[in-house]
Design a protein around this ligand. Structure first.
Ligand SMILES: [Mg+2]
Ligand SMILES: [Zn+2]
Length: 182
């Protein structure tokens, strides 16, 4: 059976504006190029969100707040005929030393098993060095987006010697690059 290809998406700073621990609908803002980019990738890839949500562990918002906010995003995408198959979130803080916080790959193992995904032909898109490290750990290709916090962290890639497959400044450009490399 042919395996599926996936795009694993960080959420904040990739799909939506990263407004530091956002959970209120009024703070919801899609980033430019996201809808068109996802539409372009739609036929070839399954979509997943993997997001670190330490705001829960810090007590800034509840798991329910998280779901309300995230479901709003899922619903908006659905209206554009884009389906996120599943959202995986880590509610912990770094100090909890859990198994699910990116760059740890617990969620990759779950995606691989549940959805028969070939990680080698899949991509991780993120705006933080830990997203890229996560993608590398998962064995997929990676795109560092300079949207969100990406601009702030781009120099760290150099310092910690993490090399993404590509660096892009807009989601739609990232999507076109992925399609070019199919
Ligand atoms: Mg992010
Ligand atoms: Zn966790």
């Amino acid at each position: 059976m042919t395996k599926n290809k996936a795009i694993i998406l960080d959420r904040d700073g990739v799909l939506i504006e990263d407004k530091d621990y956002a959970y209120k609908i009024e703070d919801f803002e899609l980033l430019p190029g996201v809808i068109d980019g996802l539409k372009l990738l739609n036929k070839k890839f399954l979509f997943f969100i993997v997001t670190n949500q330490s705001g829960i562990g810090r007590g800034y918002y509840t798991i329910e707040d998280f779901h309300n906010f995230n479901n709003y995003l899922i619903e908006i995408l659905k209206q554009k005929k884009i389906e996120i198959l599943k959202t995986y979130f880590c509610p912990h803080i770094r100090e909890d030393n859990c198994d699910c916080r990116k760059p740890k790959t617990k969620f990759v193992d779950e995606i691989t098993k549940e959805f028969n995904v070939d990680m080698k032909r899949s991509w991780m898109i993120g705006d933080h060095p830990s997203d890229i490290q996560f993608g590398i750990n998962a064995g997929c290709k990676t795109i560092f987006l300079t949207t969100g916090h990406g601009d702030k962290h781009i120099d760290e890639l150099e310092t910690v010697k993490i090399k993404p497959t590509m660096i892009c400044n807009n989601f739609f450009i990232a999507a076109k690059e992925i399609m070019r490399r199919l």
